[in-house]
Design a protein around this ligand. Structure first.
Ligand SMILES: *[C@@H]1O[C@H](CO)[C@@H](O)[C@H](O)[C@H]1NC(C)=O
Ligand SMILES: *[C@@H]1O[C@H](CO)[C@@H](O)[C@H](O)[C@H]1NC(C)=O
Length: 387
């Protein structure tokens, strides 16, 4: 009896040790399969919205998924009045709440533009940062706004004007997610990166060390020539997605707006918690061919995932790639999520550490048959081929 108990205790211990070992991802095991896909928004199908665009997706501390998009009221343009649309899933993406509009900019000729969503796991909040009047079209100045949910996305604070702290430089966060640093340096810091206006463009990050109360500008990677009109092939870093590597550095995957050097992604890295983005660390990722678009990136269990429409000319061919070398190289085997028109994308995953949550990543993207602005689609992807 006692021996039996000891034996089962030993086998429990052994299996715990063993599962620690197998939890190291073997790159050969990754064999992504689109496990489930559903359209979250269909442009033109709902009364007050002409076009849904700019999808964001995040996990929450409680293990829910939140999807956001711009509900553009009267036209597909980046300008004009909009809602922020949200849907919420508490069952890992199987079912979704009806759409709620969490804010409405009324008739603003240059309304809101999404945006970055960032989860503060230390306090369990979800923060959404976006801009209004970004293009300064019949309005001024541009403002950076923030909304916060303290109840897992069910309710949202009124928009708060961060430009009071940050100044009125036009700043378009994301689109995608911001990060909370999980590793040193600056563990716990919120880092939201975005870009400037076309002339004053570049990658800029705003930082908060107190869970989103106070924000200040950190790292910048400015366009050349800065604050001047650009020409084709000028250096013009634009929309971007930061991810934190397990060594605590932040790698930012950037839209190369004017195709400087290549029609591919630009990558830059911060090793000081988002304070600087030294050009010495900048490189062009020739494998990640890109038509100049907002792309998705994620670090999960030491593997980097990346989604974009992998085509030099057109927003088509939404492709998932993965890297087991922190993005230095990409596995040969890429997975095509959608062959047709596809635009912006964002990736997230649940990170409870459960065996179930280790198996999936979730991708939200602009998808269509004739044009990528027709729908916003959610794909649940099994990383191990459904095994
Ligand atoms: C936000 O604050 C800035 C700086 O005080 C101000 O100029 C701007 O008008 C404000 N924006 C909104 C929408 O209130
Ligand atoms: C789609 O992406 C894959 C992977 O990068 C590439 O091999 C293929 O040529 C692309 N197809 C088109 C039509 O762009």
């Amino acid at each position: 009896m006692e021996t039996g108990n000891r034996l089962s205790a030993l086998s429990l211990l052994l299996s715990a040790v063993f599962s620690q070992c197998v939890s190291q991802i073997n790159p050969a095991q990754i064999d992504p399969l689109i496990y489930d896909e559903q359209l979250l928004w269909v442009s033109g199908a709902q009364g007050e919205v002409n076009t849904y665009r700019i999808p964001l997706l995040t996990f929450t501390s409680k293990g829910s998924l939140l999807a956001f998009s711009e509900g553009r009221k009267s036209k597909s343009s980046d300008l004009g009045a909009k809602f922020i649309a949200m849907r919420r899933s508490t069952d890992k993406g199987s079912t979704w709440s009806p759409t709620t509009f969490i804010t409405d900019d009324d008739k603003n000729p240059d309304g809101l533009n999404l945006g970055s969503v960032v989860v503060d796991e230390e306090v369990g909040s979800v923060i959404l940062v976006y801009s209004i009047c970004f293009h300064q079209y019949h309005c001024s100045p541009a403002s950076t706004m923030m909304m916060e949910s303290l109840d897992d996305g069910l309710s949202w604070s009124a928009p708060k004007n961060l430009s009071v702290q940050l100044g009125v430089k036009a700043f378009a966060p994301g689109p995608g997610f911001g990060i909370q640093k999980r590793y040193k340096p600056a563990k716990g810091r919120l880092v939201v990166c975005g870009h400037g206006t076309l002339e004053g463009d570049g990658v800029f990050c705003i930082l908060s060390d107190d869970h989103g109360k106070k924000w200040s500008y950190g790292a910048a990677l400015k366009s050349i020539p800065y604050n001047q009109k650009k020409r084709a092939q000028d250096f013009n870093p634009d929309e971007c997605q930061p991810v934190e590597l397990t060594d605590g550095s932040i790698v930012i995957n950037v839209r190369n707006q004017n195709n400087y050097h290549c029609k591919c992604r630009l990558v830059v890295r911060s090793t000081d918690g988002g304070m600087s983005l030294p050009v010495e660390g900048l490189y062009f990722d020739y494998t990640l061919v890109d038509p100049a678009v907002a792309a998705g990136a994620l670090q999960k269990d030491g593997v980097i995932y990346f989604t974009n429409p992998a085509n030099e000319q057109h927003r088509i061919n939404l492709t998932l790639r993965w890297s087991v070398t922190d993005g230095k190289t990409w596995e040969e085997k890429a997975v095509q999520i959608w062959a047709g028109p596809s635009g912006y994308s964002c990736i997230t995953s649940l990170n409870s550490g459960s065996a179930e949550d280790r198996k999936y990543i979730y991708v939200i993207y602009e998808k269509g048959h004739k044009d990528y602005i027709e729908t916003v689609s959610f794909a649940k992807i099994h990383l191990f081929g459904g095994r």
